[in-house]
Design a protein around this ligand. Structure first.
Ligand code: PEP
Ligand code: MN
Length: 359
């Protein structure tokens, strides 16, 4: 597997940058977008040709005809072109039209049968392929999809973080859940990773912060949806940027590095890190003490045959801790998640005792 995305043969300036409409809608729209994007440093023009829509009856893509528009856009602008493939027939069509790069969408990477069928159709080629994360935050499944393509002989493989579908109403269309891509990076350090803030955010105003966060987390680049007239886009209207918004955003993004040469920075960081190490160790002590108390309560509950879960008490804890947290400058979401995680472990500890009996 090639590590450096810069060796893939795509123009890469400050970062690997995929941009273009959610869907190819008309020849004019594809060419228009391409001509504007060609003025900047775009690594490839993206456009969906076959669109996986949640409900039938929505716009499902223009199909093969759109591939010709992309080929024409490449001829006019020199931009490389790429699209999403979800089945072997898509792969065959893309290879026939000579696309430069493909990606496997989130719905597809969720299904190993589909990924294997795509991998089999790609065998014998060495087209670069990105794999979007599965709909749910299953890092093993994401890795498995990348491995299936690697086993078929694809060497230019990358990952796209596009967030995870959630049953809860959240600020984002797909929860960023950064720990999942961070874990993928830890387990597959050689796989370049780009972020797709458009599908994470669902709303264009949220995109800049997520794009910057991805770069701060050392992602290799971004995929952004750009449409000449987002309001009238046939899919994902609320999250597409105008070319102007796109260029403005890209111009404002700051690239960070893993290390700095400044000695003053290093000294101050090491001081602060020591403080963090100390605070973490105190926090773990406190958590361990808390868990001891929880186990004692578990024993008492078991004796009295009282349920482990106490809904009223839990509601009180949540209200109180969230309120306290907010006064301490901690976000409500964070305190809620932290308390949920502590509570889940507390219940598990009490249940272990109940099943195994007190020692
Ligand atoms: C897309 O990139 O247009 C797309 C459908 O994305 P996802 O697979 O992330 O939903
Ligand atoms: Mn889209």
């Amino acid at each position: 597997m090639k590590k450096n995305i810069k060796e893939w043969g795509f123009p890469v300036d400050r970062m690997f940058l995929a941009a273009g409409p959610c869907s190819a809608e008309s020849r004019e729209q594809v060419l228009d977008t391409a001509k504007t994007l060609a003025k900047g440093n775009v690594s490839f023009l993206r456009a969906g040709i076959w669109k996986p829509r949640t409900r039938p009856g929505s716009f499902e893509g223009v199909g093969k005809e759109g591939l010709q528009w992309m080929v024409d856009a490449r001829a006019e602008t020199g931009l490389k072109i790429g699209t999403e493939v979800a089945e072997p027939a898509h792969v065959e069509a893309c290879l026939e039209y000579g696309l430069d790069i493909l990606w496997v969408g989130a719905r597809t990477s969720t299904n190993p049968f589909s990924v294997q069928a795509i991998a089999d159709a790609l065998r014998g080629t060495d087209i670069p392929v990105f794999v979007k994360n599965p709909m749910n935050a299953d890092v093993g499944l994401w890795m498995g999809a990348i491995e299936r393509l690697a086993n078929a002989g694809i060497t230019k493989l990358g990952a796209i973080h596009r967030g995870f579908s959630s049953e809860l109403e959240t600020r984002y269309r797909n929860a960023p859940n950064w720990k999942a891509p961070i874990e993928l990076k830890r387990r597959m350090p050689d796989i370049p990773m780009i972020c797709d803030p458009s599908h994470i955010c669902g709303k264009r105003e949220l995109i800049p912060a997520i794009a910057q966060e991805a770069l701060d987390l050392l992602f290799d680049g971004l995929m952004l949806e750009v449409h000449p007239d987002p309001e009238h886009a046939l899919s994902d209207a609320a999250q597409q940027l105008t070319p102007e918004q796109f260029f403005e955003l890209v111009g404002r993004l700051k690239l960070s590095h893993e290390q700095s040469d400044s000695a003053a920075f290093a000294a101050r960081m090491s001081e602060l890190r020591e403080t963090v190490d100390d605070l973490d160790s105190r926090m773990l002590d406190v958590l361990s003490q808390r868990m001891d108390v929880v186990r004692k309560m578990g024993a008492l509950k078991a004796e009295q045959n009282v349920s482990t879960f106490q809904p009223h008490r839990w509601q009180e804890i949540i209200n109180d801790r969230v309120q306290k947290g907010t006064t301490l400058d901690l976000s409500e979401d964070f305190v809620l998640q932290l308390m949920q995680s502590i509570h889940e472990e507390a219940i598990r500890q009490q249940e272990i005792r109940r099943i195994n009996g007190a020692e």
